[in-house]
Design a protein around this ligand. Structure first.
Ligand code: GTR
Length: 400
């Protein structure tokens, strides 16, 4: 079956025009629905003991903790420990940024008493017109805080004009994005007491931990409503945002932009990027044991609809792009569709469609899906949809 609305050109694959990863022994990616194998997803609403999950108490007390343990054990590993205190160092504050529509702050979060200890630089924007604490998008960026203001990825003025704040940090402060990055990562805060090799943690867990620290910052900042922090991330940082939302219920919502493999796409479809591709090129993103599922997806005890379900009943928006075959836009849809029963068990509406929506026709239910025409990017069109979803489910706290 062809993927309705999804183009066959353009992707975020390793080598444009040669998605096989030239010069490697990696298998070529599957880009045809007819080549997607038959698969059975691991059950969402059956416990490890075979019991059906029919009540919120079954979910909260049994199934959710089981799923979290499995994602830690097999995919992302453990997060660095929560620091006992987070000290905020204020560097600068400009109350008339963006034509006086925003207060801009630059602060550093310190997690230890050691001046050389790992720290996280935050760039913060809050609307000056706001009455009371504002909801805020929290994001990690891949190119540095200084690149945020002029970039398409972060349309700060639009976000501010819609009444939201924005807090961003550079992901490299948490875990430099290379296999040996563990040695300079936030795992070093507790290196003495923990695994010193990094094999039971991962870069994705360190990045997820960074989102949690942004909630800590929100909780200490009067202008921000710490109960309405929305994690947002693109691509590898979309994977991190999802894992952050799964592991910290203080995050009010998650927006996943093109997270693909290791994010919201189903591993078992094997379409586009597969475990063998991602774990060969980026072994540090995942914990050690994840490698055993290369070309053996069906042995993995979890799949990514279960990751999305860990967000329930909070709002989550999965945003895919038609030309982004490497990230499997249809796999991201099927995943949120199969996650949806978790919202239902918890008394909320899940995904409001059973069929893949047409491009550019976002489904803004509490568990939402958006297929934007175009490539593997994050842009103003995406943000328009994120803000609409947030208006409906975070700002107005719509109970549905
Ligand atoms: C790709 C990777 C994807 C995605 C992307 C990105 O090379 O294969 O999983 O994370 O990078 O983060 O830009």
């Amino acid at each position: 079956m062809a993927l309705a609305g999804c183009d066959s050109s353009g992707s975020s694959g390793p080598e444009k025009g040669d998605d096989n990863g030239a010069g490697t022994d990696l298998p070529p990616p599957i880009y045809s629905e007819s080549a997607v194998p038959e698969y059975t997803l691991p059950s969402l609403l059956t416990t490890a003991d075979g019991d059906s999950v029919t009540t919120p108490s079954d979910w909260w007390n049994q199934r959710r903790p089981q799923l979290l343990r499995r994602f830690r054990a097999h995919v992302y590993g453990h997060l660095p420990p929560t620091p006992p205190t987070v000290r905020i160092e204020h560097h600068s504050s400009d109350p008339s940024a963006l034509d006086s529509t925003a207060l801009r702050r630059h602060v550093t979060l310190h997690f230890t008493d050691r001046p050389e200890g790992p720290a996280l630089d935050l760039l913060v924007f809050v609307p000056t017109e706001a009455e009371g604490p504002v909801p805020i998008f929290a994001g990690l960026n891949a190119r540095g805080n200084h690149t945020v203001l002029p970039s398409d990825d972060w349309p700060v003025r639009t976000i501010i004009d819609r009444g939201y704040g924005l807090v961003v940090a550079h992901y490299g402060d948490l875990f430099p994005d290379r296999p040996e990055g563990f040695n300079e990562s936030v795992y070093q805060i507790h290196a003495a007491e923990h695994d010193t090799t990094g094999r039971t943690g991962s870069a994705l867990s360190a990045w997820a931990w960074g989102f949690h620290r942004m909630v800590d910052y929100a909780a200490q900042t009067d202008a921000i409503d710490a109960d309405r922090v929305i994690a947002v991330g693109h691509s590898r940082l979309g994977k991190a945002a999802l894992w952050a939302g799964a592991t910290d219920r203080r995050l009010a919502a998650v927006v996943d932009n093109a997270s693909g493999c290791g994010g919201s796409a189903l591993f078992r479809r094997r379409y586009g990027e597969r475990i063998v591709h991602i774990d060969t090129r980026f072994p540090h993103w995942f914990r050690d044991r994840f490698s055993q599922y290369r070309e053996n997806e069906s042995a993995l005890p979890v799949d990514q609809h279960q990751l999305l379900a860990l967000m329930a009943p909070r709002p989550v928006l999965v945003s895919a792009k038609t030309q982004d075959r490497w990230a499997d836009p249809k796999g991201m849809f099927v995943s949120i569709k199969h996650a949806s029963p978790a919202w239902t068990v918890l008394g909320h509406q899940g995904l409001a469609t059973r069929t893949l929506p047409m491009p550019d026709a976002p489904v803004l239910s509490r568990a939402g899906y958006h297929l934007r025409s175009g490539e593997h990017t994050l842009n103003l069109v995406d943000w328009g949809v994120f803000l609409d979803h947030a208006d409906r489910h975070v700002r107005s706290s719509d109970p549905s």
